[in-house]
Ligand binder design. Structure first.
Ligand SMILES: Cc1ncc(COP(=O)(O)O)c(C=O)c1O
Length: 374
């Protein structure tokens, strides 16, 4: 490892460099939408939906306003609501749990596998009650959850299975792409995601024509025809300006994911010999797309502070597990309820990672960690 001194600042995510490479295409596409006045749904959203479905190797993609709505609409399309329980992970972004509550159901948390940070199937099994209607495994950081085990569980207990794929565009599990590992998969196009819009956006991907049709209705005030509202829905349409931006970025996504994977491998090689650093554990047969590269260290906050002083920005995904958030105090789940998730949230540190990151930048981050830890 080179003895690199950090001179330049290294950001956690760098969207500017990516933008510089695609700005001409982006500007002319946005201009086209404005000149044509094709702002809401229409051909540009449809074009993106078709290409995103094909990227996911699935039949349907329905564009919605954001990833949170994708989850709400998928739950509602499956008839999940009041009186039902839905099991998910406590170490996810708040929207995973929030969507369950907003659909009218009760969120039930289960602990995670301490090595992959994804939901533990055995713990999920123990959380199933007569009111349980669905499981939402989160493909955290871009690594698919152990979906064979979840499918088996869903089959034997008659539960619906929804993928929270907000961080896993293009990830694969045993050769099957995320989007085909449950009945519906919910994606976010939040700007920093592997496929990110220049604003909010999301999609529900499914192979089930009934779910696709229901989500399409729900996102547009419960209608199929202009003035006939069959059910009460939402205004949760993917914006056409975001759709054209996403269509452009989608062409590069495979390459960007590969770059992320290369940089992650480089971190693996440089950090695995460093005592006190646990690198991400990737399940056999899984294609991890590294939305986030998170290491586990004892003195996480000390390391974070030190790296900041050296000009290296890091992140924490997530610092406080959801069951300990004020919003879920009413569930009465004190500290200690989910020890694995609690341990992870106190020790994980997300390192800078983006497709345009240079080899020397990865080396500089790894070297700074090595020097600080040893
Ligand atoms: C795991 C997970 N689920 C759901 C969401 C919600 O997506 P959005 O921010 O687009 O509503 C996010 C993004 O923040 C996420 O990371």
């Amino acid at each position: 490892m080179r003895n690199t001194i950090v001179m330049e600042k290294i950001q956690l995510v760098d969207l500017q460099t990516q933008y510089q490479g695609i700005q001409e295409e982006v500007h002319s596409s946005i201009r086209k939408v404005i000149e044509e006045g094709a702002f809401i749904l229409g051909k540009y959203v449809k074009e993106f939906e078709e290409s995103f479905a094909s990227f996911c190797r699935a039949r349907y993609a329905v564009g919605v306003a954001n990833g949170t709505d994708a989850l709400i609409l998928a739950l509602r399309a499956m008839g999940i609501g009041p009186g039902h329980e839905v099991i998910t992970a406590p170490n996810s972004a708040a929207p995973t749990a929030e969507a369950i509550g907003l659909a009218g159901a009760k969120v039930v948390f289960a602990d995670i596998n301490p090595e992959t940070y994804n939901l533990d199937t055995e713990k999920v099994k123990k959380a199933i009650t007569s009111r349980t209607k669905a499981i939402i495994p989160v493909h955290l950081y871009g690594q698919p959850a152990d979906m064979d085990a979840f499918k088996e569980l869903a089959m034997s207990y008659g539960l619906r299975l929804i993928e929270d794929a907000a961080q896993a565009h293009g990830a694969e599990y045993k050769g099957v792409r995320v989007g085909n590992l449950g009945e519906a998969a919910c994606f976010s196009f939040y700007p920093s995601k592997n496929l990110g819009a220049y604003g909010d956006g999301g999609a529900v991907v499914t192979n089930d024509p009934l779910i696709a049709e229901k989500v399409r209705m729900l996102r547009d005030h419960g209608r199929k025809e202009k003035y006939i509202h069959e059910i009460e829905g939402y205004n949760s349409r993917l914006d056409a300006i975001q759709a054209v931006i996403l269509s452009i970025k989608l062409k590069y996504l495979e390459g960007w994911n590969e770059k992320r994977r290369e940089r992650a491998r480089q971190y693996d090689v440089l950090l695995s010999p460093v005592q006190g650093v646990t690198i991400p554990r990737v399940l056999h047969g899984v294609r991890h797309v590294y939305h986030i590269y998170a290491i586990k260290v004892e003195n996480r906050d000390g390391l974070k502070k030190k790296l900041k002083e050296m000009g290296i920005q890091t992140g924490i995904h997530y610092p406080l597990p959801l069951h300990l958030q004020p919003a879920y105090a009413h569930l009465g789940l004190p500290k200690g309820t989910f020890p694995m998730a609690e341990e992870a949230t106190s020790k994980v540190l997300s390192l800078p990672l983006y497709p345009e990151m240079r080899v020397e930048q990865v080396e500089a981050v790894a070297e700074a960690i090595r020097v600080h830890i040893s």
